[in-house]
Design a protein around this ligand. Sequence first.
Ligand SMILES: Cc1cc2nc3c(=O)[nH]c(=O)nc-3n(C[C@H](O)[C@H](O)[C@H](O)COP(=O)(O)O)c2cc1C
Length: 173
Amino acid sequence: MTGTRTLIAYATKYGTTKEIAEEIQDILTENGIESDLINVMETGSIDTYDAVIIGSPVYMGKMLIEARDFCQKYMQFLAEKWVAIFVDGVSCCPPGEEAERTLIAAIDEMKDYVKPAVKKVFAGSLDPSVLIEADAQIADMVHPPVGDFRDHEAIRTWAREIASAILENNNSI
Ligand SMILES: Cc1cc2nc3c(=O)[nH]c(=O)nc-3n(C[C@H](O)[C@H](O)[C@H](O)COP(=O)(O)O)c2cc1C
């Protein structure tokens, strides 16, 4: 293991983003990077980490409230870290530049609090049978794409790139 301590802080409503975060953690481990995988609502001090990967689904065009709160709460610490943010959603299914821009905009909304070195959009997953009533009603109105659109190879490829960037950043400190 390297000396680089990495936090993967995720938000999730139905588990998709947690599973993406777990895949990323597996690849970091394979590349010798030790990491902690923690829900954004359960993070304590983040001072001990050199790098932070924040992951959130997009709901109604925004990162989940707890992920936005995390960025705001830890803005001073995040300013000193190497940060990557990924979001996942189904509006980029099928993929398209415009849809991707909308999802990147959800990350950019956090720009007053965090300036990530890397931003990434992943296709997410939507299973209408597990939605709480309020979400089901919204889904009924907007008819989002339904299914598991996750591209596991894309997730692993990105995680390998992130591993390289973290190691490079650590070497340059
Ligand atoms: C009520 C509702 C609103 C959503 N809004 C968006 C959206 O604005 N953009 C998008 O790309 N996906 C949207 N989605 C899809 C979720 O982002 C996607 O299902 C995500 O992968 C779920 O992640 P989670 O299981 O970690 O919460 C929405 C889903 C629901 C149920």
